[in-house]
Design a protein. Structure first.
Length: 278
């Protein structure tokens, strides 16, 4: 490349126009003119490649802002979005992309490993009738420092029909017992059960259930949106008011589910009750 630049300068010196030299060598005439200008300054020395990097960065973050980003990340281990919001609340105008870029340059953002366990692709299910998709999950409730009780919850996504029961153990056998009991109470047949990857929904449960089963997709929290929402509803409207006693919880759950399925209207099903949809 330096030889081509030197040749361009030599041809212009011989009387060729910059456009003619550009056509001859295959470069734009403005580049040829720049090479000639630099050749006059450098004399017989080679014409080096000029960096395209700008001499100044008017939008570059100030060092004090970079220090604040790093400080907030290290002090409270906050993620980029939270750091960005805290800076804005403090009167510092900065984009989220700038915060993320700064944390990446300081190696303060953990990048996902390229080596991930393979999970076969599954399309999201859209139920057309009751029983097409039934989600199941477990609510953990602390009794003491080392003891818990577990409330198993099941919801039919199409109708929002729900069943729940408390147990002192959480394993595959308890899950199987719960699903069988829920099926007896339901007026429709469970077609597809969907759960997360919890130990109570492990291989033993899947082989014993004698029903179609699928796990939620990795990295797709919306797959379990309905069961997570009903978990919160049951806790706020029922469980939070009860003592840590399995017998009393199940007595109150029975009354609450009667109200939930027969009287409580749901915005997601056009303000009908689950039993009106079933």
């Amino acid at each position: 490349m330096p030889r081509i630049r030197r040749e361009a300068a030599r041809l212009v010196k011989r009387g060729w126009s910059a456009r003619k030299v550009g056509r001859y060598l295959g470069y734009h005439h403005t580049a040829v003119m720049e090479w000639v200008r630099r050749a006059r300054i450098l004399g017989d020395h080679p014409i080096p490649t000029k960096s395209s990097r700008p001499e100044s960065h008017p939008k570059q973050l100030k060092e004090e802002i970079i220090k604040k980003i790093v400080q907030k990340r290290l002090e409270h281990n906050r993620y980029a979005e939270a750091v960005h919001k805290e800076l804005q609340n403090g009167g510092i105008k900065i984009s989220l992309s700038s915060v993320k870029r700064t944390l990446e340059r300081k190696h303060l953002i953990k990048k996902r490993s390229l080596w991930k366990r393979y999970h076969p692709h599954q399309d999201r299910l859209y139920p057309l009738k009751s029983g097409d998709l039934v989600q199941i999950d477990t609510i953990h409730r602390m009794i003491s420092e080392k003891k818990r009780l577990y409330v198993f919850v099941l919801i039919d996504v199409f109708s929002r029909w729900t069943y729940a029961k408390a147990y002192v153990r959480m394993n595959g056998k308890t899950t199987l017992k719960f699903v069988d009991e829920a099926q007896r109470y339901a007026s429709f047949k469970f077609g597809m059960l969907q759960s997360d990857h919890g130990p109570e929904f492990g291989k033993w449960f899947v082989t014993q259930i004698q029903k179609n089963h699928r796990y939620t997709r990795i990295g797709k929290p919306n797959d379990n949106a309905h069961i997570e929402r009903v978990n919160r509803t049951i806790q706020e409207e029922c469980l939070d008011k009860l003592p840590n006693n399995v017998f009393k919880i199940n007595c109150e759950l029975k009354k609450y589910l009667q109200y939930y399925n027969y009287k409580r209207v749901h915005g997601g099903i056009n303000y009908l009750t689950p039993m009106q949809v079933v």
